[in-house]
Design a protein around this ligand. Structure first.
Ligand code: ZN
Length: 290
């Protein structure tokens, strides 16, 4: 299933299943059995997913709206946390002549940075002049995970979506080593367009992944290049802290970020950034300075 969080007529956020160009309201189609927000839905675990499948397969005609008539929000607008992994693509490590990390490099993006499809990435040019893109595979946790073994780790994944780990390079490094501040500016975490459930992703470690800026492909790789694979990340993180349903792990970015180009390229007002992963969809956001 492709699960979305959406708004129609500027109303409250709703939980939907995307079927072709139609969105089925899951709370309505399930006769009120399912909640209207993704986090509560994921907390229901496998029973929730089954109820959603039943609702989609049943008579959902009265609960259906055209995708063109709604606004998509981030599929999980309010996770308890976004855990981010740095320097995790072998092709990126080789390109930058970096040392291969011995353990995953971990930071966070505050959840207030999350935006959805079509929302503007916005920054104050007095605060940063080096805004960069990073396409990343985002893993969404489906079950409470603490001290999970690598062998079972994928059982804790609800599904996958696409993230743009937008990064202010000057704040991240040049003005002091402040990764979290430089990556947590409001609007710096576009997420979406949909949460694609695990059963629809045959191999998350073999997906084409790209970033396109103003029509030009800047990043083009495959998740097969991931150094620390998803089960290892879940096991490693959950040895330290609990991952809750709805938590998002973004798994690092492939080569081609603006800061690594010669000469470097940074985003400016009016630019349009698309991040995409095969099977998961495309997420497009315009840039606004001010
Ligand atoms: Zn990143």
């Amino acid at each position: 299933m492709k699960l979305v969080t959406y708004q129609s007529n500027a109303g409250d956020a709703q939980l939907g299943a995307l079927v072709g160009d139609q969105v089925i309201n899951l709370a309505q189609a399930s006769g009120g059995k399912l909640p209207s927000d993704m986090r509560s839905f994921l907390e229901l675990g496998d029973a929730g997913l089954q109820a959603a499948r039943d609702a989609v397969d049943g008579n959902a005609a009265g609960a259906t709206v055209a995708l063109a008539d709604v606004k998509l929000l981030a599929p999980i607008p309010n996770p308890s946390k976004v855990v981010a992994i740095g320097l995790n693509y072998m092709d990126h490590i080789l390109e930058t002549n970096s040392k291969v990390p011995a353990i995953p490099i971990m930071f966070t993006k505050y959840t207030t940075s999350i935006i959805g499809q079509g929302d503007a990435i916005r920054w104050d040019p007095a605060e940063t002049a080096k805004v960069d893109w990073e396409v990343e595979l985002a893993v969404v946790i489906g079950k409470r995970a603490y001290r999970v073994a690598e062998e079972n780790a994928l059982d804790y994944v609800a599904g996958y979506t696409v993230c743009n780990d937008v990064s202010a390079r000057d704040l991240q490094s040049e003005k002091g080593d402040q990764w979290i501040r430089g990556k947590s500016l409001d609007t710096f975490c576009p997420l979406g367009p949909a949460l694609v459930t695990s059963d629809e992703v045959a191999d998350p470690h073999n997906l084409g992944i790209r970033c396109i800026v103003n029509g030009e492909t800047m990043q083009d790789s495959n998740t097969s290049q991931l150094l620390f694979k998803i089960p290892h990340l879940i096991a490693y993180l959950s040895r330290a802290f609990t991952l809750l349903p709805g938590d998002v792990i973004i798994t690092g970015t492939p080569p081609g970020v603006g800061a690594g180009r010669k000469p470097p390229v940074f985003l400016k007002g009016g630019d349009v950034v698309t991040v995409e992963i095969d099977g998961l969809g495309q997420l497009t956001n315009p840039c606004v300075e001010g």
